[in-house]
Design a protein around this ligand. Structure first.
Ligand code: PGA
Length: 253
């Protein structure tokens, strides 16, 4: 069955109030102008912009997501944000296990899995990120690393409705470097296979696997037309509404 492509923007730690509202309004306007797009859209601003972006997106078919959450519902966790709080603000998605969180905050697969369980329980959909470093790729271990990250980070009761996987080679993030289409396809196929082992063939067949890492308007078509690539997680290029929308248009959304 056809998987609806997801075009997701990860704004990372970018945007003050005025820029964020402006960007969200431009994305909303562009998506509205597309009429009935074939893709689903998602933007994930920093926590500080969630409420304003939610308002700016009103009336447009663009979902709101956060970039991380805690694994507890509430409690003594200074500086953290719970999945329930995100749900309360109108988020429907949360990105988990991004390589920048794994690197900057020591997030392990087990932590990502616990966060995903909590997010699903709160009614949020998760975009669970995996991906190898350059060293691992050069050692021929890309597939093995991604397989292990899937086994460790994706909860056993995940469904194709509540979970999206994002394959983001760490060395391709923000660098302008992109793996070959063969390499992307090889990892996506391997990921689908391990999802089938873990969650069953039917769930794996329906679950979306996004590609992320230096996606831009000029390479979107090539990457997003691969049979096992079900959308994109876009960092840098999601900060310009024009580019974000052009990626979607070039991907036949
Ligand atoms: P990039 O980031 O598009 O800037 O490479 C992607 C991501 O980290 O999600």
């Amino acid at each position: 069955m056809a998987r609806k492509k997801l075009i997701a923007g990860n704004w990372k730690m970018n945007g003050l109030l005025a820029d964020g509202i402006d960007l969200a309004k431009n994305v909303a306007g562009g998506v509205k102008a597309m009429g009935k797009p074939q893709c689903e859209f998602l933007v994930c601003p920093p926590f500080t912009l969630l409420t304003s972006v939610k308002k700016a997106l009103r009336g447009a078919k663009v979902a709101l997501g956060a970039q991380d959450c805690h694994m507890a519902e509430k409690g003594a966790h200074t500086g953290d944000i719970s999945p329930l709080m995100l749900k309360d603000l109108g988020c429907s998605y949360v990105i988990l296990g991004h390589s920048e969180r794994r690197a900057d905050h020591g997030e392990t697969d087990a932590i990502v899995a616990d966060k995903a369980v909590a997010a699903h329980k709160a009614g949020l959909k998760t975009v669970i990120c995996i991906g190898e470093t350059l060293e691992q790729r050069e050692a021929g271990k890309a597939v093995e690393i991604c397989r292990n990250q899937i086994l460790g980070s994706v909860p056993a009761d995940s469904t194709a409705v509540d979970t999206v996987i994002a394959y983001e080679p760490v060395w391709a993030i923000g660098t302008g470097k992109v793996p070959t289409t063969q390499d992307v396809e090889e990892v996506h196929l391997a990921v689908r296979k391990v999802l089938a082992q873990k969650l069953g063939k039917s769930t794996a067949g329906k679950m979306r696997i996004l590609y992320g890492g230096s996606v831009k308007p000029s390479n979107a078509k090539e990457l997003l037309s691969l049979p096992d690539v079900d959308g994109a997680l876009i960092g840098g290029a999601s900060l310009k509404a024009e580019d974000f929308l052009a990626i979607a248009k070039n991907s036949e959304c």
